[in-house]
Write a protein that binds this ligand. Structure first.
Ligand SMILES: *[C@@H]1O[C@H](CO)[C@@H](O)[C@H](O)[C@H]1NC(C)=O
Ligand SMILES: *[C@@H]1O[C@H](CO)[C@@H](O)[C@H](O)[C@H]1NC(C)=O
Length: 212
């Protein structure tokens, strides 16, 4: 900015101030397993950073309780499975690429034949809020909490991310796995970061070569 070179003190201050503001919120790019920017048009698997056969795979859906449709968001039981591809969308996005700290929605692309619900968004249930465990379901439940998801680099695991659910008061919880009585690996959000799931984003599409 040319204005920055001015010796006029108030203008200089203004310049510093205005150029300082964006940089505080200019969070890092979220990159996928290949180091490429995660986009709002692509489809991604949410998979654990550290993969092993016994501690679960990517985000998936299943039927639990009295559900007649797979509305429960889980971590795939199979550690080698990537789960279901997901898409991200945001009314508040600052770039075509996902930035750390962006608020976004998560949904499964396409339809489920057992429900007319569309889009198949991840929602967070208000039941069991006292226990501090927020269950993730595909849209269709009434008792959901309004809010958004966001992601940030994990402070302790290079290349890994944390996924958060934040309500409208910006109270955020960490993505965690809760193994239920049926041994389903439920994806839930909890206040504590102790057992947070460290994730990465894997593009579900093969790379297209830009050749004719
Ligand atoms: C990734 O994002 C950065 C920052 O917006 C941009 O400069 C860069 O061109 C992007 N990379 C690709 C391959 O689009
Ligand atoms: C499923 O069970 C819950 C309680 O466990 C109940 O509130 C809900 O109405 C049931 N749904 C259906 C479709 O039967």
């Amino acid at each position: 900015m040319k204005m920055c070179t001015t010796t006029l003190f108030p203008l200089f201050l203004l310049c510093v101030f205005t150029s300082y503001l964006p940089s505080t919120s200019a969070d890092g790019m979220v990159v996928d397993t290949k180091g490429e920017n995660v986009t709002y048009w692509g489809q991604y698997y949410i998979i654990p950073l550290e993969r092993d056969p016994f501690s679960g795979g990517g985000a998936d859906i299943t039927t639990t309780g009295n559900e007649t449709c797979p509305l429960t968001v889980i971590q795939s039981y199979n550690g080698f499975s990537d789960g279901q591809p997901l898409r991200f969308s945001s009314d508040y996005r600052r770039s075509p690429f996902l930035l750390e700290g962006d608020y976004f929605d998560i949904r499964l692309p396409g339809y489920l034949s057992c429900t007319t619900v569309f889009p198949l968004k991840w929602t967070v249930l208000a039941e069991d809020v006292e226990s501090g465990v927020l269950y993730v379901k595909i849209k269709g439940y009434d008792n959901t909490i309004d809010g958004f998801f966001k992601t940030k680099s994990d402070p302790d695991h290079k290349g890994g991310y944390n996924l958060f659910f934040c309500d409208y008061d910006d109270e955020c919880s960490y993505l965690t796995v809760k193994v239920d009585d049926d041994k389903s690996r439920l994806l839930v959000f909890t206040k504590s970061d102790k057992n947070r799931l460290v994730i990465q984003f894997k593009n579900s599409k093969r790379e297209l070569k830009a050749t004719a």
